[in-house]
Design a protein around this ligand. Structure first.
Ligand code: GUN
Ligand code: FE
Length: 452
């Protein structure tokens, strides 16, 4: 079942961000949900009843008065988390292998681990834990790199589908500067993607649930990064994205040695982003690029012009010693930005914790150059919810028409002295963890703990 159709009204302390500059706070507020989507939100029930409803998947005026009311009492109701960049097959390496920069880190730790995913039994053991742990931390949508292996990638998509969680899953394309076990020919890559796409449409993954809702689990074209892909491979990826209208994800300007390598490999391109652009992989279809630590000038302008989104991964940038991405600058320039855990460059799967790291990175940059203010809490929250959610559809807010992806937080243990609702949220973001998450919803349906 794609969504819960029954009309429901949830009552709780509701906090979310319509825009980056401030929180919407509804103390003892109500949100009405129908057909997987928010159909009304108000501080009191009578106002809610006067609001609209979904009729045949369309927004129209109506009534919510026949809905069942579920009262969560003194709990907080927040939009669920979105992880805009994470590597499922690096799950075993989470929290280890912190002593190298990107290029040797990939060769010494990452590629050997990813090679193990030729074994679907190993993949199943790791991927089940990975999906369950995303669930634990309240991440209901993610943009995921798998490996170059077909069967284990298909398995990962099936696990997300069975769990009821949303994911864009990328079979990784790579054919140079990597071990034989992860390399494939361009023809094999195209064939595998075509098979995956046809398997997904057969499984209903590519059939829209309604005119408003895209399928929850979908493939995403995933060239690993320019050093891993020959020009022919990149060109084929761009063609596949255009042919099937599929989104694209990759890595961009993460590390200085990587950037120098790209310059040497793509001599005609004027910057790293331009190299992707030449192959139709830079906003020709919805595109998200991880890191962008060193993005500026022409590359930044091209991202703005093409609507390419940034996945900011602060813990990864620290652990792999890449640098500090200028998120404040990206926001001020009007770039679209979300947050990513980037396991296992990053060590922390919690997107709540990622908000804290993003704020801390921006404070370090502020210390270097007082020209730009650091990120505020509402900005970080908005990055993780509404801004990142926009890559998946209408996700990440409680405004009418948004998919109801939500978390119910019982912060009673942290709320020991009459904190305000905003203070309670801030303390949960800084101090809380999965133990305080009581319920998780994705597209209106409560998501129970996936088997692992
Ligand atoms: N660039 C190419 N592949 C990777 C990866 O797996 N992790 C990170 N952090 N950067 C990459
Ligand atoms: Fe990454």
């Amino acid at each position: 079942m794609e969504a819960s159709n029954k009309k429901k009204v949830y009552k709780a302390h509701i906090l979310f961000t319509k825009d980056q500059s401030r929180f919407e706070v509804l103390e003892n507020g109500y949100v009405a949900v129908e057909d997987g989507c928010v159909v009304g939100i108000a501080s009191d029930l009578s106002t809610l009843i006067g609001q609209g409803s979904m009729v045949n998947g369309q927004w129209s005026n109506g009534t919510c008065c026949d809905a069942e009311v579920v009262d969560f009492g003194d709990r907080l109701l927040l939009p669920a988390m979105n992880d805009l960049h994470v590597h499922a097959p690096q799950y075993r390496n989470q929290g280890i292998a912190m002593d190298l920069e990107l290029l040797p880190w990939l060769q010494n730790y990452t590629f050997p681990e990813e090679s193990k995913y030729a074994d679907t039994a190993y993949a199943e053991r790791m991927y089940r834990r990975f999906v369950r742990d995303l669930w634990r931390f309240g991440t209901m949508r993610s943009c995921v790199f798998a490996t170059s292996h077909t069967e284990s990638t298909r398995l990962l998509m099936r696990l997300f589908r069975e769990a009821g969680m949303g994911a864009l899953v990328g079979k990784v394309a790579m054919n140079r500067n990597c071990p034989e076990s992860l390399s494939e020919t361009v023809e094999e890559m195209v064939q595998v993607y075509e098979n995956l796409i046809s398997w997904c449409s057969h499984e209903g993954n590519l059939t829209p649930h309604s005119s408003l809702l895209p399928p929850r689990v979908r493939p995403i074209i995933t060239p690993r990064f320019i050093p891993s892909c020959t020009p022919e491979m990149l060109r084929a990826c761009g063609r596949l994205a255009a042919k099937y209208g599929l989104p694209v994800q990759s890595h961009l300007s993460e590390n200085r040695d990587e950037i120098a390598l790209v310059q040497a490999l793509e001599k005609d391109s004027t910057c790293y982003g331009d190299a992707y652009d030449r192959y139709g992989l830079f906003g020709q279809t919805p595109t998200v690029m991880a890191h962008c630590v060193w993005t500026e000038g022409e590359e930044l302008e091209l991202m703005k012009k093409n609507g390419v989104m940034v996945a900011h991964c602060p813990t990864s940038n620290f652990n792999v010693a890449s640098g500090m991405a200028p998120v404040r600058r990206f926001l001020d320039e009007g770039l679209r930005v979300g947050l990513g855990s980037d396991i296992s460059g990053g060590h922390d799967l919690s997107i709540f914790r990622m908000m804290v790291y993003a704020i801390q990175v921006s404070k370090m940059l502020y210390q270097q150059d007082h020209g730009q203010p650091f990120l505020t809490l509402s900005e970080a929250f908005w990055l993780a919810t509404k801004s990142a959610g926009s890559f998946f559809g209408r996700v990440g807010s409680f405004e009418p028409g948004y998919e109801f992806d939500a978390l119910v937080i019982d912060d009673s243990d942290l709320n020991h002295d009459h904190y305000s609702l905003l203070e309670r949220l801030e303390r949960y973001i800084y101090l809380g963890d999965d133990r305080q998450i009581l319920h998780r919803f994705c597209r209106g349906k409560e998501i129970t703990e996936p088997k692992y």
